[in-house]
Design a binder for this molecule. Structure first.
Ligand code: SF4
Length: 164
């Protein structure tokens, strides 16, 4: 199966959420392929301009000559956001578009800005493949992992399914 950016994000956020989406218990608009296709079209149309794109629930705020940039308002789930960017960098690379990733965290009411630069390399690509395999193994389980109440559950599309 094809691992999407949303699946990889959910894998780091909550294994149950990842299983539910992977098994098509989809309570959300899952149109990532369309968004990725549109994003690639935009990039190819005008490589030199900053382009604001949205690939489902991760906002790719800008594409510049060198970077695919995402800006987040909190550093919650940074790992999930990083791996989602790594997946998108790989998808772009496979389409012949080589970019670096930049994840910027600008918290509300704070001057501090954290920036993470992500450069695709052989090691990351290998780790990505391993994570994709782990996600496939998880999704192939007959039953989902048990709910694990955590910060973010109340905003999750599966909240009622898990707890009500
Ligand atoms: S509500 Fe919580 S436990 Fe259930 S899928 Fe969502 S994040 Fe996971």
């Amino acid at each position: 199966m094809k691992v999407t950016g949303t699946l990889i994000n959910y894998y780091f956020h909550c294994k149950r959420q990842c299983w539910l989406l992977g098994n098509r218990l989809n309570l959300e608009d899952n149109s990532e392929d369309v968004h990725i296709g549109r994003a690639i079209h935009e990039i190819k149309k005008d490589e030199s301009k900053n382009t604001e794109i949205s690939i489902e629930n991760v906002k790719i705020d800008k594409i510049t000559d060198d970077y695919l940039i995402e800006i987040k308002k909190s550093d919650a789930d940074i790992e999930a956001a990083k791996w989602q960017i790594i997946l998108y960098l790989k998808i772009l690379k496979d389409k012949g578009i080589e970019k670096k990733g930049k994840l910027q965290v600008i918290e509300n009411n704070k001057e501090d800005k954290k920036t993470f630069v992500i450069e695709l390399n052989d090691k990351l690509e290998l780790e990505l493949t391993n994570i994709e395999n782990q996600i496939c193994d998880l999704i192939n389980l007959d039953t989902p992992p048990s709910p694990d109440l955590k910060k973010g559950c109340k905003k999750c599309a599966y909240y009622e399914y898990c707890y009500v």
